[in-house]
Design a protein around this ligand. Structure first.
Ligand code: NAI
Ligand code: MG
Length: 358
């Protein structure tokens, strides 16, 4: 086959988003130059808190139509000190993920060469997980309301939604992921002792879907106990499926246990491939380090690698992570990994490695 060509929508958005996305695009273009398998065409969108301040909206009315014309979306981070977080999150990130039916949020975590876990006994290879987060409903479905705001009798509800359709499809995706990995192990995270409706349903659907995957070893874990297992027995975990809220929390813990939130990637996938999927580093806009040139670009490099994998460019995806780990192993790292290098130095070092490996 000849060179494949992909159109990528880039949405750097806020804070360190533009710094890390620019680094990500640099290494992606480098890969495209060095390999003769694919071309990338980026189009940039200024959908951000700055646009919100000027125009009162994060997205133009035809945003969904626009992004549907792309093969993938590369997203930075959204959030600004002067905009409430629920406005920015729902105004931009969730406004894309939910209508694009990106129901599977995939969060791989492992310890990269040259980095270490804060856990004293956890070596490279001991922590190698994929967390699958339900990304379309559950606790973040947006169901609920507020009445009598600011009165002594004001009341607010936030209702979790678990549909058979939504639960079944995420379970199927999680079992497929577990099956594709060497250990074929899936942990279903739940809280069905206390939440006796939605979470009991969640467990039930997991058991039903699991019947189609007899080769996958399944265990069930209450979310609170899961946090201690992640810390005390990381090697006992492989693939994990959890609700929108539970996986949100567990995956930040996972990133920290693997060394830093500055390395962890996320894919928001529409597994049916009807809509483009969206790829982003796990971290937020990090106001405290914005503009200082110290943001770790590795999370975005790993994110770029996951995007290439989804687009079918396995060789490039693997080569990129090899280059990244050669660089971390050589000690070219940002401060969050106890290094002394800046964003640009790490990016340049990865580009040089790509050239060597290609
Ligand atoms: P954060 O992830 O932005 O920062 C947490 C800590 O990690 C900070 O000390 C930050 O400096 C550090 N950090 C994050 N990324 C880093 C990187 N690449 N290199 C080095 N250090 C890094 O989370 P925080 O502070 O809770 O949220 C800040 C804003 O970001 C808020 O507005 C929040 O809503 C938003 N946010 C957006 C997300 C998204 O767009 N997907 C995800 C998480 C938060
Ligand atoms: Mg989060």
């Amino acid at each position: 086959p000849g060179r494949q060509s992909y159109k990528i929508a880039s949405i750097p958005a806020d804070g360190i988003g533009p710094e890390v996305i620019s680094a990500g695009i640099t290494v992606l273009q480098k890969l495209s130059e060095e390999l003769d398998t694919f071309d990338l065409e980026f189009e940039h969108f200024d959908w951000s808190s700055e646009r919100y301040r000027k125009e009162g909206k994060y997205l133009p009315d035809n945003a969904l139509e626009i992004v549907k014309g792309f093969d993938a979306i590369l997203f930075g981070a959204v959030g600004a000190p002067d905009v409430p977080d629920h406005i920015s999150l729902w105004g931009l990130r969730l406004a894309l993920c939910q209508p694009l039916q990106q129901y599977a949020n995939v969060r791989p975590t492992r310890i990269l060469r040259g980095t270490s876990s804060p856990l004293s006994n956890c070596k490279i290879g001991d922590l190698d997980w994929v967390i699958i987060r339900e990304n379309s409903e559950g606790e973040y479905a947006g169901h609920g309301g507020t009445s009598h705001m600011d009165e002594a009798w004001s009341v607010a509800t936030e209702v979790s939604i678990f549909t058979r359709h939504g639960t079944e499809r995420i379970m199927r995706f999680a079992f497929e992921t577990a099956r594709s990995r060497p250990r074929k192990k899936l942990t279903v995270v739940t809280k069905s002792n206390a939440q006796r409706n939605g979470m009991v349903f969640w467990d039930r659907v997991a058991t039903q879907v699991g019947k189609d995957y007899p080769d996958v070893e399944v265990d069930k874990m209450l979310v609170d106990a899961m946090t201690t297992r992640m810390v005390l027995k990381p090697e006992s975990i492989d693939t994990v499926v959890a609700t929108n809220l539970h996986a949100d929390i567990l995956s930040d813990l996972a990133a920290a246990l693997a060394g830093s939130i500055g390395i962890a990637p996320t894919s928001n996938l529409d597994p049916t491939r009807k809509n483009p999927s969206m790829f982003e580093p796990i971290h937020g806009s990090a106001f405290d380090i914005t503009g200082k040139g110290v943001a770790n670009p590795v999370a975005t490099f790993w994110t770029a690698s996951e995007m290439l994998l989804w687009l079918g460019q396995k060789e490039a995806a693997t080569l990129l992570m090899e280059a990244v780990e050669n660089v971390t192993e050589a000690g070219v790292k940002t401060a969050d990994l106890n290094g002394k290098s800046g964003t640009v130095e790490v990016t340049d070092a990865v580009s040089v490695e790509i050239e060597k490996l290609a």
